[in-house]
Design a protein around this ligand. Structure first.
Ligand SMILES: C[S@@+](CC[C@H](N)C(=O)[O-])C[C@H]1O[C@@H](n2cnc3c(N)ncnc32)[C@H](O)[C@@H]1O
Length: 399
């Protein structure tokens, strides 16, 4: 690396970090301990740790909460990385399993966000790893899964973390803007943590307890929101980069870490913005172009949604061979009305318990299989009309 050239910092550090931190490190991490403190276990709670890695949040929870409280915790760890899930499971078995905590671990592909409602959702150093074009859709899905009165916590860093973690990340304003667009009450704090006292942000999006049920559990049409957020972010970073570039040209010193972070954000968000824009043009039946190399030499194919298929847009570039596929209904889920009914039932219950409600409860259990019965039973029992014998009768459906 050429240390005289601050732009080099970007290229040598912009690598993605899968979770290389063992669970145990969570018990001494100030930011994680602060998050664990936010879990009120005075009654039973479903807590989702999305991008759980090796289970550092579990270690922090173990440190903060006493045995009596822990039996109220129903924890779901989700990750795309199988080795991380295995490590988290092993950690859980050797520690918290004895305390009465109930835990499930899910590979992201098998995680059904329409099956139940969560009280708290944590994304700890995870959003920077999302594909930017799907950031809004992923966050919106998780937001919809949050019970009214619940909170979604996003912890990450807007600064590059040298030596500790080899990635560069997003600034909290982007996350705040997206959460606000979902109707969240947002608050933020910053905590310095790790051996280098790196500032990490915790953005909390609270779903108001009196939010209209329809709004609370609807699936947002995000296309417009996300494009605006991306656009604003890009502009902000472009100005910042321009200011720093000018300073360098005038032989002034700039903070190379900040410069590296701005470069990274621009690269990541420009890609997201470009893809969103390109796909919108296909949606509008305008001439598409390759989202990877910009070539106009592309073959694009749109399969319209029908009763059997959710539809798909495919862009194949004849120059660079890049193939981009996207399901058409990014912002709208076809079965949304059904999901909304399910969530309304789980949240508010119904005056009368109908066949339809029973069907919704069965769907919740079917999504997770047999093990879910003991995990979800206390929550399903709180739905008016759903008694133990109804829930037991679902067993026959579950493999
Ligand atoms: C830097 S690690 C942080 C892990 C853990 N939260 C912690 O603080 O130790 C990010 C984790 O997010 C996971 N991840 C990345 N993209 C994901 C996605 N789309 N869905 C679920 N997990 C994801 C990675 O596999 C990785 O384990």
């Amino acid at each position: 690396m050429n240390v005289d050239d601050p732009f080099d910092v970007y290229f040598t550090r912009a690598t993605r970090a899968y979770c290389s931190f063992p669970a145990e490190t969570g018990s001494s991490d100030k930011a994680l301990l602060a998050l664990a403190q936010k879990i009120d276990l005075s009654r039973k709670k479903i807590v989702v740790d999305y991008g759980c890695g090796q289970g550092r949040l579990l270690a922090a929870i173990n440190k903060i909460h006493g045995k009596g409280e822990l039996s109220n915790l129903h924890y779901i760890g989700v990750d795309v990385y199988e080795d991380a899930i295995e490590a988290a499971k092993t950690f859980f078995e050797s520690t918290l399993a004895k305390t009465g905590v109930k835990a499930m671990f899910r590979y992201e592909d098998n995680f059904d966000t329409t099956a139940f409602l969560a009280d708290q959702i944590f994304l700890i150093f995870t959003v920077h790893e999302f594909d930017p074009i799907n950031l809004d859709a992923t966050l919106s899905r998780l937001w919809r899964m949050l019970r009214r009165g619940g909170t979604l916590y996003i912890q990450d860093t807007g600064a590059p973390i040298y030596k500790e973690v080899e990635f560069l990340s997003f600034e909290p304003q982007r996350i705040e803007e997206l959460l606000q667009s979902f109707g969240a009450n947002v608050s933020s704090e910053t905590i310095k943590t790790g051996v280098n006292h790196v500032p990490v942000y915790i953005v909390a999006g609270h779903k108001p307890a009196d939010l209209d049920l329809e709004i609370a559990y609807s699936w947002h049409d995000l296309k417009e929101t996300y494009r605006q957020v991306l656009h604003r972010s890009l502009l902000r970073d472009c100005f910042e980069l321009y200011r720093m570039r000018t300073a360098i040209d005038n032989n002034k010193t700039v903070d190379s870490e900040k410069l590296a972070a701005a470069c990274h954000r621009i690269a990541v968000f420009a890609r997201g913005f470009h893809q969103t824009y390109a796909l919108d043009r296909v949606d509008m039946n305008e001439a598409p172009y390759c989202v990877a190399c910009g070539s106009g030499n592309v073959i694009s194919k749109t399969i319209e949604p029908n009763v059997k298929d959710s539809g798909e847009i495919k862009i194949k570039c004849s120059d660079c061979d890049y193939e981009h596929r996207k399901e058409i209904e990014v912002g709208l889920e076809r079965e949304d009305w059904e999901v909304r009914d399910r969530f309304s039932l789980l949240d508010a219950g119904k005056d009368r318990f109908t066949d339809w409600d029973e069907h919704q409860l069965t769907r919740c259990l079917l999504s997770f299989g047999h093990e879910s019965l003991s995990f979800f039973e206390p929550f399903l029992l709180s739905v008016p009309g759903a008694n133990r014998s109804i829930i037991k009768s679902y067993k026959r459906f579950i493999r």
